[in-house]
Design a protein around this ligand. Structure first.
Ligand SMILES: Nc1ncnc2c1ncn2[C@@H]1O[C@H](COP(=O)(O)OP(=O)(O)OP(=O)(O)O)[C@@H](O)[C@H]1O
Ligand SMILES: [Mg+2]
Length: 277
């Protein structure tokens, strides 16, 4: 087992207006190349957790280690090894054009302008947004802003990607394309990914491990299928299990002998077999 890239223990944060966010219970660890989803209802503390991992906030209690360092104290050293997409990515796009914005994020790499241009071109192509290269970011659509922010996060080849709601505002085709891009990045480059999402289909397809936050605790950790199968416990957190799991659960309660699965075709063939069709 490697030393974890990220290790968060019993985090407690107090905002200036005294709102307290506490995430105790299970320890959150991310290994190199691991894809971790953090799930919770609105206001439970997902963004707060990610902001501690990226060193933007400092905990009142508990510990946060990233690459073995304190991300708040060693902000620059940690930040140059991370790719980050904020929940509201418009806040992080500061260049006058898309191309310049993405190149700006590589300032610390000391590359020539040709090398910068090449890297920008490659990443725009990988995300299918080459046509946005010369655009003024202010005029981009919501989904386009998200993709440009992702391009900026990926272009440096980070060891860890921190993505706050990367799938919101994307159409279904773009969600699928992003799932397969993130999977290939994690497999080929051994990039670890931690992301939040209120859409559970991409979580099921992408995450190796899911953490569920509720009432100031990290309440569950496991593979997506294990977590979604604990349907009642999962739904007590204010979330709803994917429809496929609800359907299988209802059919099992009705006496049908089938298994829960992430794959809709596998479930369909089990239902057909159980129904003798
Ligand atoms: N800057 C701030 N000042 C005061 N309170 C804050 C601040 N940022 C967040 N909070 C509060 O902290 C709590 C956790 O917020 P956070 O944004 O981490 O939730 P979240 O799980 O990301 O929610 P969502 O699903 O809506 O994105 C909320 O009660 C929120 O109101
Ligand atoms: Mg949030």
């Amino acid at each position: 087992m490697h030393e974890p890239l990220v290790d968060v223990k019993c985090l407690r944060h107090v905002y200036p207006d005294r709102t307290e966010v506490s995430l105790c219970g299970l320890e959150l660890e991310i290994q190199p190349g691991e894809i971790v989803a953090v799930l919770a209802a609105n206001g439970a503390g997902k963004t707060t957790l990610l902001q501690h991992i990226t060193g933007m906030l400092r905990p009142v209690d508990g510990s946060v280690r990233v690459f073995g360092l304190d991300p708040y104290e060693d902000f620059e050293r940690v930040r140059t090894r991370l790719g980050v997409v904020f929940q509201n990515p418009a806040e992080q796009i500061i260049g006058p054009t898309v191309e310049e914005d993405i190149a700006f994020g590589m300032g610390h790499l000391k590359l020539s302008s040709q090398e910068l241009e090449k890297k920008v071109e490659v990443i725009l192509q990988r995300l299918g947004i080459s046509h946005l290269k010369g655009k003024v970011p202010h005029y981009l659509s919501g989904g386009e802003v998200k993709k440009v922010a992702l391009a900026g996060a990926l272009v440096t080849g980070p060891e860890l990607l921190v993505l706050d709601e990367p799938f919101s505002q994307l159409d279904m085709g773009a969600v699928k394309a992003l799932v397969s891009l993130l999977r290939s990045i994690s497999r080929e480059d051994k990039t670890a990914i931690v992301f939040t999402s209120h859409q559970l289909d991409p979580v099921a397809l992408l995450a190796d491990t899911v953490y569920v936050l509720h009432a100031g605790q990290v309440v569950t950790q496991g593979k997506p299928i294990e977590v979604f199968q604990q349907r009642v416990a999962f739904e007590q957190t204010g979330l709803q299990a994917p429809d496929l799991f609800r359907l299988v659960d209802l059919l099992q309660q009705g006496g049908m002998k089938i298994h829960a699965d992430l794959d809709v075709e596998k479930v369909a063939s089990e239902i057909l077999a159980a129904a003798g069709l």
